[in-house]
Write a protein that binds this ligand. Structure first.
Ligand SMILES: Nc1nc2c(c(=O)[nH]1)N[C@@H](CN(C=O)c1ccc(C(=O)N[C@@H](CCC(=O)O)C(=O)O)cc1)CN2
Length: 286
């Protein structure tokens, strides 16, 4: 794929002075124009984060050259960094069970060009949504999961992730709990949508819990998947006001909207390299 002249730099290191000056002078020296820049200094943990969108304006500079010289430039900072070519959309595998609203929404936004991604496959533990995938001309893989075949089916999923060079797995209402080993394999590259405003109402039936509790707000939470169910670093949340007159069914209907909004936003933020995982939290440059 042709290299574009636009790239995104993500970097993090222990906080100290001179980081921004060192990075921006290096990029300017190579004829790069910085069109967008965010930085955050976590004073509590002395950790520094930055994201820059840059355009190469020099004909003699390539992204590979920038990568090759970067470590030497920032060696004093022991920096974790990555450069992403904006012409290379992330490769994304979507997982779903029976509820179709999040998958449908992501496919619509992708069709409208809102989500810069290559969809590598749609994987489901049920056959119900195969027609939705086929309508879009996307490979559909049915991997039914039982307690007995879970390791085998998860191994099949990992093989698909590897053979399709998938960068990100999105659990768009996939209702099976991923094993610890799969969570480790997909660390930092699997996003789940939980149908409640975490930390409230974990587990498979949050709307009924919300109704019983009589909440006045319901919502959804998009988070990175970890072995601890519904405990992963939160990327995005969305809420809607409700009241005593809402039946569980109406709560589910309103909840669907919060799920699609939260998940689409979280996926877009990840695709645009705007999210840093940091302990069990995130830093997000919107
Ligand atoms: N390792 C993780 N796996 C998954 C997570 C996660 O946070 N960590 N999130 C879930 C999604 N989810 C809530 O958002 C969720 C899905 C399913 C269940 C559950 O209890 N499932 C039962 C089976 C239900 C069924 O077959 O329909 C189970 O797996 O025994 C709880 C929460 C996705 N995976």
């Amino acid at each position: 794929m042709s290299e574009s002249n636009v790239f995104v730099l993500k970097a993090a290191c222990d906080a100290t002075s001179g980081i921004v000056a060192s990075v921006t002078s290096y990029l300017a020296g190579l004829g790069c124009y910085i069109s967008e820049m965010h930085q955050y200094d976590d004073e509590e943990n002395q950790r520094f984060f930055m994201r820059a969108v840059c355009r190469i304006e020099s004909d003699s500079t390539t992204l590979e050259m920038i990568r090759e010289g970067f470590d030497a430039q920032v060696s004093e900072f022991n920096m974790e960094w990555e450069l992403f070519d904006s012409a290379e959309p992330m490769r994304v595998l979507l997982m779903v069970s029976k509820f179709d609203h999040c998958l449908d929404d992501l496919l619509y936004r992708h069709r409208k060009g809102e989500l810069p991604m290559e969809i590598t496959a749609i994987v489901s533990n049920h056959k119900d949504l195969r027609p939705m995938a086929e309508r879009e001309g996307i490979r559909f893989v049915h991997l039914p999961v039982t307690k007995e075949n879970k390791p085998e089916q998860e191994a099949a999923l990992v093989q698909i992730v590897e053979e399709t060079k998938t960068d990100l797995v999105v659990l768009a209402r996939y209702m099976q709990i991923l094993s610890d080993s799969l969570c480790k394999e997909l660390h930092g590259r699997a996003i789940n949508i939980h149908h409640s405003f975490l930390p409230g109402f974990k587990g498979a039936k949050p709307y009924h819990q919300a109704h019983v509790r009589g909440v006045k707000l319901i919502g959804a939470t998009a988070h990175y998947v970890t072995s601890d169910l519904d405990e992963g670093p939160i990327i995005e949340q969305s809420v809607q006001p409700v009241d005593h007159s809402y039946s569980p069914e109406r709560l589910v209907a309103v909840g669907r909207d919060t799920e699609t909004v939260a998940l689409a936003s979280a996926v877009r933020l990840h695709l645009e390299h705007r999210v840093f995982m940091y302990g069990n939290k995130t830093v997000v440059f919107k």
